[in-house]
Design a protein around this ligand. Structure first.
Ligand code: ACM
Length: 507
């Protein structure tokens, strides 16, 4: 019981335990029925148990009731002779059932196991997250991960009550989503002929084709699976930099007439979108399409690491600067931010962007994902913008897990190290932020860039247990490291049951 993770806000231990057997008899408020359906599917898959939904007249082991006085994601759980869950909505009810499952044996997190009896300790839990945005980011452009791998990743996020999956759908090294009217994006842009071996700086290549992309049906399936587990998928189309794969597919989107291929090196390509009508038409089509695929989600327009050398050398770009009275070539990026935000706002979507967009015009309402430093989050909040904290020094899980020489190659050498202990000590709201701006911080997000992550096992190794630590930080209940470590060690049994190839803790 002490091993609940992320730790709930309030846990009061009672005396003894109740014993459950299959079939579990459950009474549920109709509006919360989907939370029970998902729990029942998980229970059936894990240990073959059945759930019988009973009406008011029959005895029940568990009641799941509506309490509209609670917050949107809050829940109460009281394990008694008749265990009672209360929530104002399906998210809270799901979180209660996740906590309940953590009160049971590890088998409940596995597949096709056996469980005769489930002894649930009597306990009372009152819980609610501090932050609404509890995110993980996954780059499917540098290495493509298939639908099955992403469904499983969503399941792992849900197990930690994380509620956003930011999918980075394109980069210099690959375009990963079909866009109607632009077929070559996936015919050409979704494949590269080679990738670096070892660290990029060694200059070696594997000579192996790598590729893949998602259809609209794939993404609809992901969205629905994630929605049932209260994980919102947030699509990103990264523009106007990181665009070499798009330019390889459609050279007219680039700034020079020179043809380029989908990039085979890591890093930041100099090839960026031009600032002519064709590039804005393309960006509008791509973003509008992903917006329609994810009707409830904000849409991320990228905006990071956009080199300006090609704009500087381009007569067409200079003409556009002149038309707008721009004195600095950086201001051209503001055109993308402003126009694309307008498109997305008109479709009813909120807009997210990496913090570099702060270097030019940013429309009101843009949510800044602060990655270069927490200071960028402070700057955004002080400029009246909402913020998601994602500073690389704490929350980039493509950084090394430790400074041990036997760590697999990662994006950078030490001191670019993010141990799980460091992640756990991340403070979401910078203490220097003015009290009246604290509400601008919607939460935080951990990033998984995949230049050096090519397999599901390696993804597990980089993600866990750091995401477990992060989940408690962003739930808002992180405390002492030693106390957490004890719970984490127990939690690793659940990850083992789920088949997660996490990084072992150092002894
Ligand atoms: C980033 O890491 N380029 C957002």
């Amino acid at each position: 019981m002490t091993s609940l993770l992320p730790r709930p806000r309030l846990v009061l231990a009672g005396e003894g335990a109740v014993t459950w057997r299959s079939p579990l008899r459950v009474r549920v408020a109709p509006v919360l029925a989907e939370a029970l359906d998902v729990f029942a599917e998980d229970l059936a898959a894990a240990v073959g148990w059945a759930v019988d939904v009973v009406d008011d007249s029959a005895p029940a082991d568990l009641e799941i009731m509506l309490n509209e006085r609670l917050g949107a994601e809050a829940y109460c759980l009281r394990v008694e002779d008749v265990t009672r869950v209360e929530a104002a909505g399906a998210a809270g009810a799901s979180y209660a059932l996740t906590t309940l499952r953590q009160l049971g044996p590890d088998e409940l997190w596995g597949r096709a196991g056996q469980l005769e009896r489930w002894r649930v300790p009597r306990v009372s839990v009152e819980d609610e997250p501090r932050f609404a945005w509890r995110g993980a980011h996954l780059d499917v452009a540098r290495h493509f991960f298939d639908v099955a791998t992403i469904l499983r990743f969503v399941e792992l996020l849900a197990a930690h009550r994380l509620n956003r999956l930011h999918l980075h759908l394109n980069d210099d090294q690959g375009w990963r989503v079909e866009i109607p009217g632009w077929p070559r994006l996936t015919q050409r842009g979704a494949q590269r002929r080679s990738s670096p071996v070892g660290h990029e700086s060694e200059g070696r290549d594997d000579g192996l084709a790598h590729g893949g992309y998602f259809s609209a049906e794939d993404l609809a399936h992901l969205r629905e699976y994630a929605r049932r587990r209260h994980v919102m998928i947030v699509p990103e189309i990264d523009l106007p930099g990181h665009a070499q794969a798009a330019i390889a597919a459609y050279p007219e989107l680039g700034c020079t007439s020179e043809p380029v291929e989908v990039w085979t090196r890591w890093g930041i390509s100099e090839h960026v979108l031009n600032v002519e009508p064709v590039a804005f038409a393309f960006a509008t089509d791509a973003l509008s399409h992903v917006a329609r695929l994810f009707p409830e989600s904000p849409v991320h327009i990228g905006g990071d690491e956009c080199p300006t050398s090609e704009w500087q050398a381009s007569l067409a770009a200079r003409r556009v600067m002149h038309e707008h009275g721009f004195s600095d070539v950086r201001q051209l990026q503001g055109l993308f931010t402003t126009r694309l935000a307008q498109v997305l706002h008109s479709l009813g979507h909120e807009v997210l962007a990496w913090d570099e967009v702060l270097d030019a015009d940013v429309p009101a309402g843009t949510v800044i994902v602060a990655w270069r430093h927490a200071d960028k989050g402070l700057e955004a909040a002080r400029r009246g913008l909402d913020v998601i904290m994602a500073p690389m020094q704490w929350l980039y899980l493509d950084w090394l897990n430790s400074d041990r020489p036997d760590e697999p190659v990662a994006i950078a050498p030490p001191p670019a190290v993010t141990t799980w202990q460091r992640v756990y000590q991340f403070v979401v709201v910078p203490p220097e932020l003015e009290a009246e701006l604290v509400a601008r911080v919607r939460g935080a997000q951990a990033q998984l860039w995949t230049e050096y992550i090519a397999t599901r096992e390696h993804l597990d190794y980089m993600a866990f247990p750091r995401l477990s630590a992060f989940s408690e930080v962003v739930w808002g209940t992180a405390g002492e490291l030693d106390e957490f470590e004890g719970r984490l060690r127990t939690h690793l049994g659940r990850l083992d049951a789920m088949g997660v190839a996490y990084r072992r803790l150092d002894e």
